[in-house]
Design a protein around this ligand. Structure first.
Ligand SMILES: Nc1ncnc2c1ncn2[C@@H]1O[C@H](COP(=O)(O)OP(=O)(O)OP(=O)(O)O)[C@@H](O)[C@H]1O
Ligand SMILES: [Mg+2]
Length: 243
């Protein structure tokens, strides 16, 4: 199994707060890995470090065997890392079509030459019939799918999905889970964050648990479900380990 991403001893402080404290884990190519943990555990900070939005105080990030620590977000994107954000982050005044097209800005070629790829992605996320709708008018599920579409348009190898599942109706959550597993089956490598344990356990090949900036455990969904340390942290934080 090939390692696509390695986070090695990464630390990041915000003032006196250790948001990440010597965190190490690896992500295997072609798998769905998940970062879980209570609020404030450091999950989004880890995503930010990997995507270049935040420079760690110490530690390294290796992608495809190369050191990418401290690269700018656009440089990480060029290497093949794309992300969606915990908070809605689409261009509200642009259409669905143009939001996805925006993911292809780094590529050469005319707007016209990119049309077939944009339409292919809109078909994949099920939004071709919504292509001319302004993004600000979209309901939550469609907004998330547009963001995913824009990330796919950058032609990534690694997709970082921060709470892509979350705040949705059960049938919508199921749809996102199916989409994420389809992407894995098409060869994408995925690192996702979610609060919703059911979908995480259902879709993940590997789970890394963070708590208070440190890695608490990692393993298969079954190993994590049975881990007493993980159960204790979730009970303490009022979360649910059950599906
Ligand atoms: N830019 C920042 N400045 C100051 N503190 C920050 C900043 N970003 C994150 N933090 C703090 O770092 C800690 C980890 O935050 P992070 O967003 O990584 O947690 P998380 O695991 O994603 O939590 P959640 O489940 O609520 O999304 C939190 O205590 C948070 O308040
Ligand atoms: Mg977060």
């Amino acid at each position: 199994m090939k390692v696509m991403l390695e986070v090695a001893g990464v630390s990041k402080r915000f003032g006196g707060l250790r948001a990440l404290d010597g965190v190490s884990f690896s992500i295997a190519e072609g798998r769905i890995s998940s970062l879980i943990g209570p609020n404030g555990a450091g999950k989004t900070t880890a995503m930010n470090v990997i995507a270049g939005d935040i420079r760690p105080d110490s530690g390294r990030v290796l992608f495809d065997g190369e050191d990418i620590t401290g690269l700018r977000p656009y440089q990480a994107c060029w290497r093949g890392i794309a992300r969606t954000y915990q908070l809605k982050n689409i261009f509200p005044a642009l259409t669905v079509y143009d939001n996805v097209l925006a993911g292809m800005l780094k590529e050469r070629g005319t707007v016209r030459s990119k049309e077939s790829e944009v339409l292919r992605i809109l078909d994949f996320v099920g939004l071709r019939h919504r292509a001319q709708v302004l993004a600000r008018n979209l309901p939550p599920l469609e907004a998330k799918l547009v963001e995913l579409g824009r990330a796919l348009a950058t032609r990534p190898k690694l997709l970082l999905l921060d709470e892509l599942i979350g705040g949705l109706m059960p049938s919508e959550t199921e749809q996102i889970c199916t989409t994420v597993m389809t992407l894995r089956d098409e060869g994408y490598t995925i690192l996702q964050v979610s609060h919703e344990m059911g979908p995480i356990m259902q879709t993940s090949d590997w789970v890394v648990v963070l708590n208070k900036g440190q890695k608490l455990a990692e393993g298969t969904p079954n190993e994590i479900r049975c881990d007493p340390d993980v159960q204790a942290v979730y009970l303490e934080s009022g979360g649910e380990m059950d599906e």
